[in-house]
Design a protein around this ligand. Structure first.
Ligand SMILES: Nc1ncnc2c1ncn2[C@@H]1O[C@H](COP(=O)(O)OP(=O)(O)O)[C@@H](O)[C@H]1O
Ligand SMILES: [Mg+2]
Length: 268
């Protein structure tokens, strides 16, 4: 189980994360939502051990993270992170080698590598562009390759920092499906985003972050009902929640659910 306890982090003299306690094991898909600059990426860098909190701790199974080289290597096999910019995480020009990179580093057996690469390519729908050089891929396709490179580790937790940033509507929809597929395989997923509609649709539990502090936490339907709290955090309500609170429409998780609910013949 991944968690943090009273974690605070500062860059030089600016404290960016304040006394944060998260339990990422509580829900299959957890969302961290907050405006730009609220500390989401810094949090993720703390969660994977790139940055070390000055106070409090990152916990795995209740134990504080061990920052030795071996400790971090072990941690990153349990918790894999995909950062916003896929370019930072792509090392090769061909997709198969890139996805297999970390497994080669760990000395995993070739047949096992081949099995896992096939599986992750399928999971992120990369089959159709698998043989293209990576530099010719679109941003969304590169993002999926970066996700495959993390999934191939078969870690318990996948952290996705702004997974839909820079994607077009179809790329965004595809990302939603990929996240659902990953969660269906029993992985825990943690997503950071300022895309509140995305977080509302895909997450089972959410935290609202504002200025590096947790403002609210709980089930998306309950947290996102609080319009003034979201406004204070520099966010707006998800459109599906707005339709519910402003117009009394049924509270639905997805557009499809809403349309189906509205199409159902009303009882006389
Ligand atoms: N390397 C850094 N050095 C100093 N300050 C930083 C650094 N990276 C981010 N910050 C600051 O920390 C705050 C949180 O940034 P960040 O974690 O990137 O937020 P988010 O991902 O939510 O947009 C911002 O005020 C940002 O300017
Ligand atoms: Mg960020």
């Amino acid at each position: 189980m991944l968690a943090t306890l009273n974690l605070s982090f500062r860059y030089q003299d600016e404290t960016v994360l304040h006394d944060l306690s998260f339990d990422f094991g509580a829900f299959p898909v957890t969302g961290i939502v907050g405006a730009n600059g609220c500390g989401k990426s810094t949090l993720f860098m703390n969660l994977n051990g790139v940055l070390r909190p000055q106070q409090g701790a990152v916990l795995w199974q209740g134990k504080a993270l061990n920052y030795s080289k071996a400790g971090l290597m072990e941690h990153r096999q349990r918790v894999t992170t995909v950062f916003q910019d896929p370019e930072q995480q792509i090392f090769y020009t061909d997709i198969d080698s890139d996805i297999a990179f970390s497994l080669h580093n760990l000395g995993v057996d070739e047949r096992e590598i081949a099995r896992r690469v096939e599986q992750t390519i399928e999971l992120v729908d990369a089959g159709s562009f698998r043989h293209k050089p990576i530099q010719y891929l679109s941003h969304g396709q590169k993002k999926r390759v970066a996700i495959a490179g993390a999934l191939v580790m078969e870690a318990d937790y996948l952290l996705l920092d702004e997974p839909t940033a820079g994607l077009d509507p179809s790329g965004r929809q595809q990302m939603i499906e990929i996240i659902a597929r990953i969660a269906a395989r029993g992985k825990h997923v943690v997503i950071s985003s300022h895309d509140i509609d995305l977080i509302y649709e895909v997450c089972d539990g959410v935290y609202v972050l504002n200025g590096g502090k947790i403002m609210a936490q709980g089930k998306p339907g309950e947290v996102f009902r609080q319009a003034s709290l979201l406004r204070e955090a520099g966010l707006v309500q998800p459109w599906l929640v707005k339709l519910h609170s402003e117009l009394g429409f049924p509270l639905c998780k997805t557009e499809t659910q809403l349309f189906n609910a509205l199409r159902e013949p009303k009882e006389a």
